[in-house]
Design a protein around this ligand. Structure first.
Ligand code: PMP
Length: 367
């Protein structure tokens, strides 16, 4: 059997990274060119690492057009730690509940963590319908008194993505952008807090980017553990304890790639849209052989989740795809089926190869 090919890695996360980034990362493990040391053995207190953090922060500000009203932090604990850290900061001791949207697996994981910290109102849940669509604005009676609105911009498991920014402009928006951060422009200034782990579009696991408006910190409790207090990290410039130097360095390489090789987020979005359209057109034109999970209007540009007629056929598809070099196509363990994740690092050519394989698989099954 053929080994899976890195360029055909459709994994839901950690996901594929651009080849030019991988080549530089490989070199840096032996020796970072400008410093002569392995990236794995450079002190987090070195001038070199301070410059890495500064350049990365500036690149993110440039890519998103982000003003000085925001802190840009590089934290650990993944998006999961943010499920708790955010309500610890913004919800403890509040009387009005925060509004949460329950649109899929990952927003579902954020709910019990928030409920431990303070009052939560689930404004909308797609659970009864199996998370196949997102709410319309008419279905969302946002409260003007909520301390914040929390939602997940891209539900990685179900392949549902908001193609608008929901919520009221007078209530802080808090968004988990783990699976679509830096895949497109995102009107960052309409959010009070954005968080995203790196391991989908922007780097390896181990670092989580948090963009937070400074004013959100002014009423934060003062008795939080140091590591769970955003102010510790803002004061220490993301160097409160030993940060994941390698992961942060690779995220820097990805932002350089986005700026210098791709040409910014509008261009990245165009490429990502083209990849997604290729897959969705194929699903729609397959006479029901491939069945998309999400309602077309809410389909994700990052994760295309679909099924075949039976779980057995899903399995056969995944096995034959793997034998042909395509990896990571099995759906999330929570829902099964098939999921093609087409993050920034996956090329249009790779998606074209997958589309070719899918057409051929369908022809073979029809015989
Ligand atoms: N939010 C989203 C949207 C995710 O896709 C994931 C993981 N895939 C998480 C949160 C959890 O992230 P972590 O494993 O970094 O805690």
């Amino acid at each position: 059997m053929m080994k899976p090919l890195n360029r055909l890695n459709f994994s839901g996360g950690p996901g594929v990274l651009p080849e030019s980034v991988l080549l530089q990362a490989r070199e840096s493990i032996i020796e970072v060119p400008e410093i002569g040391l392995s990236v794995l053995g450079i002190s987090h207190r070195s001038d070199w690492f301070a410059a890495v953090v500064t350049e990365l922060e500036n690149n993110i500000r440039t890519l998103l057009g982000l003003s000085g009203d925001y802190h840009v932090l590089f934290l650990q604990g993944g998006a999961t730690q943010q499920f708790s850290m955010i309500p610890m900061t913004l919800l403890r001791g509040k009387t009005h509940p925060a509004d949460y949207l329950h649109t899929g697996y990952w927003s579902g994981k954020s709910l019990p963590e928030a409920q431990r910290q303070g009052p939560v109102r689930v404004l909308w849940s797609g659970q009864a319908d199996g998370f196949r669509c997102l709410p319309r604005d008419e279905e969302l009676p946002f409260s003007p008194d909520a301390p914040y609105l929390h939602y997940v911009s891209n539900e990685t498991v179900e392949g549902l993505q908001f193609h608008r920014v929901p919520g009221r402009d007078d209530v802080p928006r808090v968004c988990d952008m783990s699976s679509d951060f830096l895949s497109k422009p995102c009107a960052a200034e309409r959010f009070s807090l954005i968080y995203a782990h790196a391991q989908k579009n922007i780097g390896p696991a181990g670092v989580t980017v948090v963009l937070i408006r400074d004013e959100m910190l002014k009423d934060a409790p003062t008795d939080l553990p140091g590591f769970l207090d955003f102010r510790s990290h803002t004061q220490a410039h993301s160097n409160f304890n030993t940060p994941p130097v390698f992961a942060i360095y690779v995220v820097l390489l990805v932002t350089r790639w986005l700026i210098n090789e791709i040409g910014g987020l509008a261009r990245m979005d165009e490429i990502n849209q083209n990849k997604a359209q290729l897959i969705y057109r194929l699903l729609d034109g397959s006479d029901g052989f491939y069945r998309g999970r999400a309602e077309p209007r809410d389909r994700s540009v990052m994760n295309a989740a679909f099924n075949l007629a039976t779980p057995e056929l899903d399995k056969l598809f995944i096995a034959e795809a793997l034998a042909a070099g395509f990896s990571g196509l099995a759906g999330h363990r929570a829902i099964g089926g098939i999921r093609a994740s087409i993050y920034n690092g996956l090329t249009l050519a790779a998606v074209e190869e997958l589309a070719g394989f899918m057409e051929e698989f369908q022809r073979r099954q029809a015989r």
